[in-house]
Design a protein around this ligand. Structure first.
Ligand code: SF4
Ligand code: SF4
Length: 111
């Protein structure tokens, strides 16, 4: 049986926080904790002259990749609700190919 990983192509992330809220509701997580958290980088002009302004969603140790939902054949709650469709649950063995396909500003998280 495949292990799963969460792929996030954050170049399309709008920073809407819907993943944070939907994860909190799904897992009954208190307001001062996060199953996934949006980290904002920038806006900032870097020393090489390029600008950075990205939103990077980062799951915490509370993320179980929505194991109960996935066992029922459903998508993880954050993946289901992401308005930018930039999150995807993938088999771990596909992580390398998916990273190559999506290119820069893509991350894969495993639990
Ligand atoms: S996969 Fe599930 S537990 Fe993990 S961040 Fe998304 S909603 Fe939260
Ligand atoms: S729901 Fe999607 S677009 Fe919105 S903050 Fe989360 S990852 Fe980014």
């Amino acid at each position: 049986m495949s292990q799963y990983a969460l792929l996030i192509d954050y170049k399309y992330c709008t920073g809407c926080h819907v993943c944070e809220v939907s994860c909190r509701k799904e897992h009954d997580i208190p307001l001062d904790e996060w199953g996934i958290k949006i980290n904002e980088m920038g806006p900032k002009k870097l020393s090489n002259g390029e600008w950075i302004w990205d939103y990077v969603p980062v799951p915490s140790q509370l993320c179980d990749l929505c194991a109960d939902r996935v066992a029922e054949g459903k998508k993880p709650r954050c993946v289901h609700h992401c308005l930018a469709a930039c999150m995807e649950l993938i088999p771990v063995e596909e992580a390398g190919a998916k990273l190559a396909e999506h290119g820069a500003k893509t991350v894969v998280y495993m639990q």
